[in-house]
Design a protein around this ligand. Structure first.
Ligand code: XIL
Length: 369
């Protein structure tokens, strides 16, 4: 959004909204608020400068970097791309950590925590993985070798690893990926077992979308946790990606129920890729819906013991993956193109300060449950 249209847009907001939300962040920053609410961190994912969604935006980097690394809003990051298989093992047995190192070293320089993403996933795989009919023995060896090298490279630096990403269909059955076709659910066990051996201190997560409200997919993810625990294999957490939709978002109670259904199994929960897309153009109505969506999910995380942190999937709208993936939708993050904040920024701050719906009593009740 250009400055003139941003001003016009602000002027078009109802007085209450425009008045309360001057488009500026709050003084403390979201990470401080998150810590005060009992979470470990509030974070933003980021990508390598100059690549993909970021190409052509070089002029805004100083302002972007200031908010990302220096403002105190965030204290955790995840590389949105650089640690994925297509970058880390582009040819069989040939490892390349250049892309992943860009964000990992920025995290280190700035004293941020790091979530590492993602080891075994059906998407962003190099062709050599998908183009061959592997035997079970070959694919086992490939998975073990990949995880051994990638987890080994960043050993000690990752608060958590997304070990398996998006293994489930919406109905809770397993996705028909190359890994599942050849190995069945054994590939999930193998992946967690290997990651656990290589980095005993990184928290090992199963990560997926549409786990933010109860339903068959949540049951499927619970079954993955149970399967691993029954086999004596370590799993520490479930990542709720939290790619939500402003116009049709879950309620606070649905989020609370979904989060509790995992924490009651003895694993922690994190919101790992939070964004709330809306049908463009942004207007007062869909931004208010977006605000509700953010408030509900962050509020639920604050209110359920076991939900340990929130990461948004970048913070600056132009760097979001949404417009390219969901044509006609966008503005899913907390900062507009002109670097003013969304109303939802303040919704998140409100949720972190526990002023949402149920308030302190409910929070105390859930924390002592
Ligand atoms: C997205 C990245 O943000 C994009 O830059 C890339 O082109 C595609 O992948 N679920 C995930 C993330 O687990 O890795 C995806 O990230 C978004 C959906």
């Amino acid at each position: 959004m250009h400055l003139a249209s941003a001003l016009l847009f602000l002027a078009s907001l109802p007085l209450g909204l425009a008045g309360k939300d001057k488009g500026k962040p709050c003084k403390k920053g979201l990470n401080t608020l998150a810590k005060q609410a009992g979470l470990k961190y509030f974070g933003s994912a980021t990508d390598s400068p100059g690549f993909r969604e970021r190409a052509g935006y070089e002029a805004v980097y100083p302002q972007y970097d200031q908010i990302m690394w220096k403002s105190g809003e965030f204290h955790m990051t995840t590389p949105t791309n650089g640690m994925k298989w297509v970058f880390t093992e582009p040819e069989r047995g040939v490892f390349n950590f250049t892309e992943g190192e860009i964000v990992a070293s920025l995290a280190k320089q700035n004293g941020f925590m790091l979530r590492c993403h993602a080891l075994v996933w059906h998407s962003q795989l190099p062709d050599w993985v998908t183009a061959t009919n592997w035997t079970a023995a070959e694919l086992r060896q490939i998975i073990v070798n990949h995880i051994t090298h990638v987890v080994g490279h960043w050993k000690g630096q990752c608060y958590a690893w997304d070990v398996v990403n998006e293994a489930l269909n919406e109905d809770g059955t397993y996705r028909d990926s190359i890994f599942y076709q050849v190995l069945g659910e054994e590939y999930i066990k193998l992946a967690f077992e290997t990651a656990s051996k290589i980095d005993p201190h990184a928290k090992l997560y199963y990560n997926d979308y549409n786990l933010e409200y109860p339903g068959p997919k949540v049951t499927g993810a619970q079954n993955i946790v149970k399967m691993l625990k029954t086999a004596g294999i370590r799993i520490d957490g479930v990542g709720l990606q939290s790619h939500l939709v402003a116009e049709s978002h879950p309620t606070l109670d649905q989020h609370i129920d979904a989060i509790r259904s995992f924490s009651s199994l003895g694993v922690e929960v994190a919101l790992t890729e939070l964004d709330v897309r809306l049908t463009l153009p942004a207007n007062a109505t869909n931004l208010a819906e977006q605000n509700d969506a953010y408030k509900n999910i962050v509020g639920a995380c604050v209110q359920v013991r076991g939900c340990i942190g929130v990461t948004i999937w970048d913070f600056y709208d132009p760097f979001s993956w949404v417009p390219a993936t969901f044509p006609g939708q966008g503005a899913p993050l907390l900062w507009f193109e002109n670097f003013t904040t969304h109303p939802a920024y303040h919704g998140v701050a409100e949720a972190l300060t526990n002023k949402t719906t149920r308030g302190r009593a409910r929070r105390a009740q859930l924390r002592s449950a």
